[in-house]
Design a protein around this ligand. Structure first.
Ligand code: NDP
Length: 326
């Protein structure tokens, strides 16, 4: 059949990742990148038509699914409800506590317009959420554990850069291997914050800054570091630029449960990602295929990953899936 026509709304890390993912999916076609900036000023990583976001209103008939690549903090709360009134959409809204409110804000315009809006896809929320649901449903007598990392935390990296005397730096969240081994062994441990993750910082000092004072300011920082065991490594600017610009991430979702007193069962799902945004974007593109099909089947309004049957993500037909993957 005809390829699925995809638009990208917002061109940052995820926007670039969606462009790369479309190139890996022959049933999809990128019809336009839309940006709030001057389109001629946006540096593309590959050829694509670029338009101003305002032009979207003129292109409603050209786009089957619009993938929203704006930030969760201030872009999506505006763009999600506005754009789902005119387009089928997929987004990666990841402010967990706000998801019910965001879902409702997108559901009303999408339903009224007969559009399908998949909110909060990606890996967490997203693939990790699906694995938490499977775990709870299959092993009702059990515990769910989510560990993140080793991964770069943007929020914690920003926090260390604000410490006086710091010229630059990054922070990695690392899951505690001892805790993971206990969970994997079916022990169902009760784990506090300090036992689940450690934090590893790589910091470039300003000239003349006091390393001990900087270290102390970081490890005692409320909300960010005080509840964790934190290591601070001092490096030079060249090392920071050479070794710490990638955006790796990943983690684990475990369900450890008992089917009888005699038998423990452990489910483990893990991700090891060299690029968090490129993987997230790959998930968004697979969900765009599902959204296109769900809209054609009359399933409109806001949806989450819990509402999407797995076969809808695949380019293969149901017949092919039954023959090859069941
Ligand atoms: P970016 O900051 O790279 O991009 C966000 C927006 O900022 C873009 O849509 C773009 O909008 C604008 N922008 C990008 N680059 C520039 C620039 N150089 N100058 C000015 N504006 C720029 O964010 P990410 O793509 O890394 O992440 C987007 C969101 O994805 C995150 O907020 C996070 O919440 C979510 N996420 C979700 C995950 C999940 O598992 N669910 C995992 C990872 C991320 P415009 O083109 O209109 O200017």
């Amino acid at each position: 059949g005809a390829s699925i026509r995809i638009g990208i709304a917002g061109y940052g890390n995820l926007g670039r990742g969606v462009q790369a993912a479309i190139a890996k999916n022959p049933d999809m076609e990128l019809v336009g990148v839309y940006t709030r900036r001057d389109p001629s000023a946006v540096v593309l990583q590959g050829p694509a038509p670029v338009f101003h976001m305002d032009d979207l209103a003129k292109h409603t008939g050209d786009i089957d699914v619009l993938i929203l690549c704006g930030g969760s903090k201030s872009d999506l709360p505006e763009q999600g409800p506005a754009l789902s009134a005119s387009f089928n959409t997929v987004d990666s809204f990841d402010t967990h506590a706000m998801i019910p409110e965001y879902f409702a804000a997108v559901d009303a315009p999408a339903t009224a317009a007969g559009k399908t809006a998949l909110v909060s896809a990606g890996w967490d929320p997203g693939m990790f959420s699906i694995n938490r649901v499977y775990g709870e449903a299959l092993l009702p007598d059990g515990e769910t554990y989510t560990f993140w990392g080793r991964g770069l935390s943007q929020g914690h990296s920003d926090a260390i850069r604000r410490v006086p005397g710091v010229a630059g730096g990054v922070q990695y969240t690392i899951p505690n291997p001892t805790a993971i081994e206990k969970v994997r062994a079916g022990e169902r441990p009760v784990l506090g914050t300090r036992e689940k993750h450690v934090r590893d910082c790589f910091v470039v000092l300003e000239d003349g800054a006091d390393a001990d004072a900087v270290r102390e300011a970081i490890v005692t920082m409320e909300h960010y570091f005080d509840a964790y065991d934190t290591t601070v490594n001092f490096i030079d600017a060249a090392t920071l630029a050479a070794e710490h610009t990638a955006m790796p991430h990943g983690g684990f979702v475990f369900r450890s449960g008992n089917t009888t007193d005699e038998h423990a069962q452990v489910i483990e799902y893990s991700l090891t990602l060299e690029s968090n945004p490129e993987f997230t974007s790959s998930v968004l593109v697979a969900y765009a295929r599902a959204v296109h099909r769900m809209n054609a089947a009359g399933q409109v309004g806001a949806k989450t990953v819990f509402d999407v049957a797995p076969g809808l993500l695949s380019p293969k037909s149901p017949e092919q899936l039954r023959a090859e993957l069941l």
